[in-house]
Design a protein around this ligand. Structure first.
Ligand SMILES: C[S@@+](CC[C@H](N)C(=O)[O-])C[C@H]1O[C@@H](n2cnc3c(N)ncnc32)[C@H](O)[C@@H]1O
Length: 282
């Protein structure tokens, strides 16, 4: 089932926290890599579903993380949030000396005071390397990492066994392949392939397209039952080959998924490895 415009947009948490942060003279808009519409949808989803255990994968400067924390603080209930990022430093040119999440760290120190929940960074690791420490019962996930296949698809498959019933997953950049490079399609592919209740809200006129660049789905008993469709989406041609990481994902999948699904995953690896190797030799 798809729900259009069912998530109330909430622009306020971003305005509140970013107005404080942007008074610092070193502020740059790239510290939040989501549009105002995107964060309004994300904050609206948080206020609608009121999660207790939140997982964010892909932090960058941490402006969006600070907006999420502001929203959770406005809800005012106890929560546990975990933010995972592979890279120790913010990758944006001109800021590569700053640690990932530096904006969140600053906001926590200067503005949040005593918080109603906890927030922890897990930096320098991919999700399968840290998810046992985070543990199960995750009821809200935000995935915003590579945008290119296999990218976010790998992390959703890794996270699914740790999700609570009816967990909500927010995907960023679900239409980036339309507004930017065609290969930026990983979350769009995942959003299409997954079996779940889906939530989309249309963007206002000032945006290029009505179809949004952020979307959410709510897992149900059909999500795990039909997970083969997500595995099969990895048969598409990959846009990068995560050589070292792929073994870690495969080992992780072996713990939770059938031999048949791991074999399909192996075929996706083999075909893409072949194509990358032959492309390099041309
Ligand atoms: C687009 S940025 C995240 C933007 C952030 N969500 C925001 O709204 O400002 C992508 C981040 O994902 C991280 N990343 C890339 N691959 C990753 C992976 N496999 N696991 C975790 N983080 C990853 C990068 O280091 C980068 O900081």
């Amino acid at each position: 089932m798809i729900h259009l415009n069912a998530i109330p947009l909430d622009y306020e948490p971003r305005r509140k926290i970013i107005s404080k942060l942007s008074m610092q003279n070193t502020w740059n808009d790239v510290f939040v890599l989501m549009t105002e519409f995107d964060t309004a949808f994300l904050c609206g989803a948080l206020k609608t579903f009121r999660p207790k255990k939140i997982l964010e994968v892909g932090v960058a400067a941490g402006g969006s993380t600070a907006i999420i924390l502001q929203t959770l603080e406005e809800i005012g209930e106890a929560y546990e949030m975990h933010s995972v990022d592979l890279n120790p430093n913010f990758l944006f040119e001109g800021y590569t000396d700053r640690p990932v999440g530096f904006v969140t760290t600053y906001a926590k120190e200067k503005f949040f005071g005593k918080m109603s929940g906890t927030h922890k960074f897990h930096i320098g690791k991919i999700l399968p390397q840290i998810i046992d420490e985070i543990g199960s019962g995750i009821d809200f996930v935000i995935i915003d990492t590579v945008h290119r296949l296999p990218g976010e698809v790998l992390d959703f498959i890794a996270a699914l066994p740790y999700l609570a019933d009816n967990a909500v997953v927010v995907l960023h950049d679900v239409s980036l392949h339309q507004s930017e490079a065609a290969e930026e399609n990983a979350t769009g592919v995942l959003f299409g392939a997954v079996t779940a209740e889906k939530f989309l809200s249309f963007q206002p006129d000032e945006y290029l397209f009505r179809y949004p660049n952020i979307a959410a789905f709510k897992v149900n008993e059909q999500t795990a039952a039909n997970i083969e469709n997500v595995f099969l989406s990895l048969i598409l041609r990959w846009n990068y080959f995560p050589d070292e990481q792929i073994k870690i994902y495969r080992q992780h999948y072996r713990r939770f998924y059938s031999d048949a699904l791991v074999e399909i995953f192996q075929d996706a690896i083999d075909m893409n490895a072949y194509n990358f190797a032959t492309a390099q030799n041309k």
